[in-house]
Design a protein around this ligand. Structure first.
Ligand code: NAD
Length: 301
């Protein structure tokens, strides 16, 4: 059975690592937060005092960290940490599942290649529910060899695995998706509120739009209007799910990529502005479907 080092055991990494343990793999974990580590050792993981300690003899290293600066410091090292690239063997496959800027993924990938080590970016879609159920979508950027070797661990944690291209391509595909998702969420929210303001029941309106030309994923799976659907964040006070702060981060990444490639992304820019404003009003830790409240609250004033 494969040995895996798992670094970053938050909302996503915790359940992902748990699925590897359930599949019988030997998983050694590391996180700066001791409670996150304890949650995994209680489920059968081994733990290490540092990321390098966890990774030293692993077949696979998987990281699930907040942002590019964390990924860079874990792999390349800093004042507190030697850097995983300096401790793992050539046979270890490094897989970073965090959503970060493509440039950082490419810098880490190039440094790994200099040492003859395979590195792959494999950001995910599917949220915390997908992480727990083992049904995530992985969007991979890396060599054919890395992609083939990664199947053994990714198929345990996910249901759909795509090869988008070379290192960094996974990150680009991921932020294109999240930019579109934010635009759909904002558009769906304003449409539902327009209907409510004009006397429609949002459940009936949702049923109509779902099977009409405005139908989209947010209406089918993640309705932003409270009490239209069960078991979605909007019906649980916008708790859980995918935080506004993380959407703001991803929309910053898509705008950064657009600047670099001179792409025109007016809808993404507007969605970022709306989400930044929403976060600045103190909603950063709510689920991203809470953008609905911007439209609902304005109407009540
Ligand atoms: P999180 O904040 O819940 O978890 C991050 C974990 O990393 C924390 O436990 C933190 O202690 C740990 N960490 C930070 N720096 C570290 C370091 N130097 N060494 C070891 N551990 C460190 O975040 P999350 O929701 O799990 O998201 C992780 C990544 O996945 C982000 O890039 C996010 O954009 C992406 N993502 C999240 C979701 C979601 O629904 N939450 C969905 C898709 C993608």
């Amino acid at each position: 059975m494969a040995t895996v080092a798992f670094i970053g055991l938050g909302n996503m990494g915790g359940p992902m690592a748990a699925n590897l343990i359930k599949a019988g793999m030997t998983v050694t974990v590391f996180d700066l937060n001791p409670q996150a580590v304890a949650a995994l050792t209680n489920q059968g993981a081994l733990s290490a005092k540092t990321a390098c300690g966890a990774a030293a003899s692993a077949d696979y290293v998987i990281s699930m960290l907040p942002a590019g600066k964390h990924v860079q410091s874990i792999y390349l090292g800093d004042d507190n940490n030697k850097g995983l690239l300096n401790v793992v063997g050539k046979g270890t496959l490094l897989i970073d599942c965090s959503t970060i800027d493509a440039q950082t993924a490419q810098v880490v990938g190039a440094k790994a290649a200099e040492k003859g080590i395979e590195f792959m970016d494999a950001p995910v879609s599917g949220g915390t529910a997908g992480a727990a159920a083992g049904t995530l979508t992985f969007i991979c950027g890396g060599s054919d060899v890395a992609y083939a070797k990664a199947q053994k661990v990714l198929t345990v944690m996910g249901a759909n695995i795509f090869h988008a291209g070379q290192v960094g391509a996974g990150q680009i595909a991921k932020i294109c998706n999240n930019m579109l998702l934010s635009v759909l969420m904002v558009g769906t929210s304003e449409s539902l509120q327009l209907g409510i303001d004009n006397g429609l029941d949002p459940k009936v309106l949702s049923d109509i739009m779902k099977v009409s030309s405005g139908g989209n994923w947010t209406l089918e799976k993640y309705n932003p209007c409270p009490n239209v659907m069960d078991n979605v964040p909007s019906s649980k006070g916008y708790q859980g799910g995918f935080m506004v702060d993380l959407m703001v981060k991803d929309l910053g990444l898509s705008q950064q990529a657009a600047l670099g490639s001179n792409s025109s992304t007016p809808m993404g820019a507007l969605a970022r502005s709306l989400y930044v404003n929403h976060a600045r009003q103190g909603h950063g830790r709510l689920d991203f479907s809470s953008i609905f409240e911007q439209f609902a609250n304005q109407t009540k004033k």
